[in-house]
Design a binder for this molecule. Structure first.
Ligand code: C2E
Ligand code: MG
Ligand code: MG
Ligand code: MG
Length: 283
């Protein structure tokens, strides 16, 4: 009997794993066609300056509208895109699409808007990266200072010399560079000052618990010392914003203002977002 039960458990387990593996294989296969079938879409999440009380940036966040499975999160398909190297064409599409959108915004209702795109490690290490970005900017005629590249702290951590020179090359073409999810890795102060970066984004995991207030204020102080712009991610409450403002954090981003939305919806919200943002400059 026990043996029987054991056997059933075993079968149940394997069929479960098989389902997961099948889904993964299916997604990986479908991902090959996602770009050409127009299933990829950029959502945008506003970034608010606590100094000017205005929306000054938009982070582009990728979505995959799968024909059968609906919207799939980047945390689920970016790893698949990385394994299959599809991240190279997809990543290039993201950069171009975000720049095209920003150019349109700049020429209409959002002058001087900045757009940020996330770069995966594989993209960062691709030797054509800098040329590709430079070419996209020229093609679209977007001033490079309005494009920000987000790399994670983990990219910045290994092979330092190579990373430093790549960051310098990016800096040379005039784009901004930001370190995403800061605080989750192990970069030290002395390490960061070698990097030609502009912005530190404090990871959401610190912001969603104000028990971390000491860590947050220390990161802000350190960033100021290094002359970096600091953004707090994952801001959901007024209390968080007031705390961050008090500790001189430059910018905030999170569900409090808006979750990531399609470009059209962000445009509709834009003036009310600025009104909410402005309320944080009044003392
Ligand atoms: P990330 O770059 O750190 O982006 C922030 C994530 O936190 C986004 O998840 C965003 O929707 C979510 N978020 C923002 N504000 C809040 C908040 O107040 N509360 C909570 N709970 N969550 C918030 P999303 O859009 O699912 O993206 C997940 C990750 O996928 C991104 O993390 C980024 O690492 C990656 N990703 C997204 N788009 C791209 C892309 O185009 N290329 C690459 N390589 N990676 C991407
Ligand atoms: Mg990001
Ligand atoms: Mg992040
Ligand atoms: Mg993240």
């Amino acid at each position: 009997r026990a043996k029987e039960k054991g056997k059933n458990t075993y079968e149940f387990f394997t069929s479960d794993m098989k389902t997961a593996a099948l889904k993964r294989a299916q997604l990986e296969k479908d991902l090959h066609y996602a770009l050409q079938r127009g299933e990829l879409e950029l959502y945008y999440q506003p970034q608010v300056s606590l100094k000017s009380g205005k929306v000054i940036g938009m982070e582009a966040l990728l979505r995959w509208n799968h024909p059968e499975l609906g919207s799939i999160s980047p945390d689920e398909f970016i790893p698949l895109a990385e394994e299959s190297n599809l991240i190279i064409p997809i990543g290039e599409w993201v950069i171009r699409e975000a720049c095209i959108q920003n150019k349109k915004w700049q020429e209409t209702i959002m002058p001087n808007m900045r757009v940020s795109v996330n770069l995966s490690a594989i993209q960062f290490h691709q030797h054509l990266l800098v040329k590709v970005i430079e070419q996209i900017l020229q093609e679209i005629d977007l001033d490079p200072q309005f494009l920000e590249i987000e790399i994670t702290e983990s990219i910045a951590m290994y092979n330092a010399d190579y990373v430093i020179s790549k960051l310098k090359d990016l800096k040379q073409i005039g784009v901004k560079i930001s370190i995403d999810d800061f605080g989750t890795g192990y970069s030290s102060l002395s390490y960061l000052k070698e990097f030609t970066i502009d912005t530190l984004k404090i990871d959401r995991s610190f912001i969603n618990d104000l028990d971390n207030s000491g860590i947050i204020s220390t990161i802000i102080t350190m960033a100021k010392y290094l002359n970096l712009n600091v953004i707090a991610e994952g801001v959901e409450t007024v209390d968080q914003i007031l705390f961050l403002k008090q500790h001189l954090c430059d910018e905030v981003q999170g569900y409090y203002f808006s979750k990531p939305l399609p470009a059209r919806e962000i445009e509709e919200l834009y003036s009310s977002l600025n009104e909410v943002a402005a309320s944080f400059t009044l003392d």
